[in-house]
Design a protein around this ligand. Structure first.
Ligand code: ADP
Length: 396
C-alpha cells in the first residue's frame, strides 16, 4: 500500500508518499507560505527537486497541488490517486484522550478539537489538513498519529505538576510530552540494532533538533520526558528557553512592558541558544562561532550540553539505571563534537565513547567502546516512516 504522510503547520504542509511494503519514499516535499502566496516543493525518488510558485489561499489548494504533482504525467510518482491507499496525519496534541494512533472519524476530529486549547498553534492546522484531504480524497482511510500518545504511559508522579490538584481536574494541566513518534521509533529501533529485548531495556533517547526533548523508556514504555504541557519545557532549544523559574515570566513582563503573549513569544521564539548567543539557532553556525572564540556562542553550547547531561542523569535516577543512550534528530545525528561534550559528563555512569565511531553522521552506529558500561548509539529518526507504519496497521 502507498501511504501519503501529511504534517500540517499553520502556513506549511510537509508530505511524503511511502510504499509500505518496500518502505521506500516515492516522493516528498512541502508547501510553504500557505495563506500568504504559496510555494510547492516536490521531489520524486531519484528525481530533481521542482519548485513551483502558485497561489495557496488555504491548505485545500496546497493539498490539491501536492496531489496534482504526485500524478503529473512527466514527473509524478503515481499513475493515479487511486494508488494512495491511506493518509497518515501527524497531530500534535492528543491530550489524555489518545493513547495510541487511531482511524479518523468525525468523533475523533471532535476530540482533537477539544485539545485545541492545549496546542493552539498546531492542532487547528492539523485539523485543517485532515479536512482538506477528506474533501479531495473521499473514501480513503485516514489515520491520526499523535506526538503525545507515546508518553501517555508516564506515571502520575512524573506527569503531575506541583500546582493545585484542581488545575489538573478542571483544565488537565499536566506534562504531556512531545516528539512521541520519534522517541517510540528510536527506542524500538535501537533495541533491534542492539539485539536487546525492547521490553526489558532501559533506554534514554536524546532527540536533539531545533526542538529538543529527552525521553526515558523503560521496558518499552515512556516513563518520563522533558517537554511538558507544551513543547516549551525541558531542554534549552534553538529558540525556546526550556526550564526557567516561572517567576521570571512576571519579572520580564514588568521590566520589558510585555503582556503575557509578549513574554510567551520571547520564551518560545527569542530564547534558547539563539537568544543566548545572539548569533543563530543553528548549531552549525554556533560551532563555527565557538571555534572562532565567540564567548556567547560557546556559552550557549555549554548550557545546551549541560542541560542535556542533567536530564540524562535525572532519568538514570528515575529508572534506577540505563542500558542504552540513543542520540537522534538534526543535532544528535550529525554532531559528533556535541555528543562528545554531552558524554564527557557521563563518566560516572561508565560511558566511554569510541572517538572513531563517533565521527558518524546520519547513520545508525554504536559509538561507545566495547568496555563502556552503557551502550551509546546514533539512530536517525524517521517520523514519516513511523507514521506510515501506524497508518497501514490501522487502515488495513
Ligand atoms: P526540527 O525537525 O526540530 O526543525 P532538526 O531535527 O532538523 O530540527 O534539527 C535542526 C538542527 O540540526 C539545527 O540546529 C542544525 O544545525 C542541526 N543540523 C542539521 N544538519 C546538521 C549537520 N549536518 N551537522 C550539524 N548539525 C546539523
Amino acid at each position: 500500500m502507498n501511504v501519503l504522510v501529511i504534517n500540517c503547520g499553520s502556513s506549511s504542509l510537509k508530505y511524503q508518499v511511502i510504499n509500505s511494503e518496500s518502505e521506500q519514499v516515492l516522493a516528498k516535499g512541502l508547501c510553504e507560505r500557505i495563506g500568504i502566496d504559496g510555494r510547492l516543493v516536490y521531489q520524486p525518488a531519484g528525481g530533481e527537486k521542482e519548485i513551483t510558485d502558485a497561489p495557496m489561499p488555504t491548505h485545500k489548494e496546497a493539498v490539491q497541488m501536492v496531489l496534482d504533482a504526485l500524478v503529473n504525467e512527466k514527473t509524478g510518482a503515481l499513475k493515479s490517486l487511486s494508488e494512495i491507499g491511506a493518509v497518515g496525519h501527524r497531530v500534535v496534541h492528543g491530550g489524555e484522550k489518545f493513547t495510541t494512533s487511531c482511524l479518523i472519524t468525525e468523533e475523533v476530529i471532535k476530540v482533537v478539537e477539544e485539545c485545541n486549547d492545549l496546542a493552539p498553534l498546531h492542532n487547528p492546522a492539523n485539523i485543517i489538513g485532515i479536512r482538506a484531504c477528506q474533501a479531495l480524497m473521499p473514501g480513503v482511510p485516514m489515520v491520526a498519529v499523535f506526538d503525545t500518545a507515546f508518553h501517555q504511559t508516564m506515571p502520575a508522579k512524573a506527569y503531575m505538576y506541583g500546582v493545585p490538584y484542581e488545575c489538573y481536574e478542571k483544565y488537565k494541566v499536566r506534562k504531556y510530552g512531545f516528539h512521541g513518534t520519534s522517541h517510540s521509533y528510536v527506542s524500538k529501533r535501537v533495541a533491534e540494532v542492539d539485539g536487546s529485548d525492547y521490553n526489558s531495556t532501559k533506554t534514554i533517547v536524546c532527540h536533539l533538533g531545533n526542538g529538543s526533548s529527552i525521553c526515558a523508556v523503560e521496558n518499552g514504555k515512556s516513563v518520563d520526558t522533558s517537554m511538558g504541557l507544551s513543547p516549551l519545557e525541558g531542554l534549552i532549544m534553538g529558540t525556546r528557553s526550556g526550564d526557567i523559574d516561572p517567576s521570571a515570566v512576571e519579572f520580564i513582563a514588568n521590566k520589558e512592558g510585555l503582556d503575557m503573549a509578549g513574554v510567551m513569544n520571547l520564551l518560545n521564539k527569542k530564547s534558547g541558544v539563539d537568544g543566548i548567543s545572539g548569533i543563530s539557532s543553528d548549531f552549525r553556525d554556533l560551532k563555527a562561532a565557538m571555534d572562532e572564540g565567540n564567548e556567547r556562542a560557546t556559552l550557549a553550547i555549554n548550557m545546551f550540553c549541560y542541560r542535556v547531561a542533567k536530564y540524562v542523569g535525572s532519568y538514570v535516577a528515575a529508572m534506577n539505571g540505563v542500558d542504552i543512550i540513543a542520540f537522534t534528530a538534526g543535532i544528535g545525528e550529525n554532531s559528533g563534537w556535541l555528543r562528545e561534550m554531552v558524554c564527557d559528563y557521563l563518566g560516572y555512569l561508565g560511558v566511554k565513547l569510541d572517538a572513531e565511531a563517533n565521527k558518524v553522521a546520519g547513520e545508525e552506529q554504536l559509538i561507545s567502546t566495547a568496555d563502556s558500561k552503557v551502550k551509546v548509539y546514533v539512530i536517525p529518526t524517521n517520523e514519516e516512516l513511523a507514521i506510515a507504519r501506524e497508518t497501514v496497521a490501522l487502515a488495513k
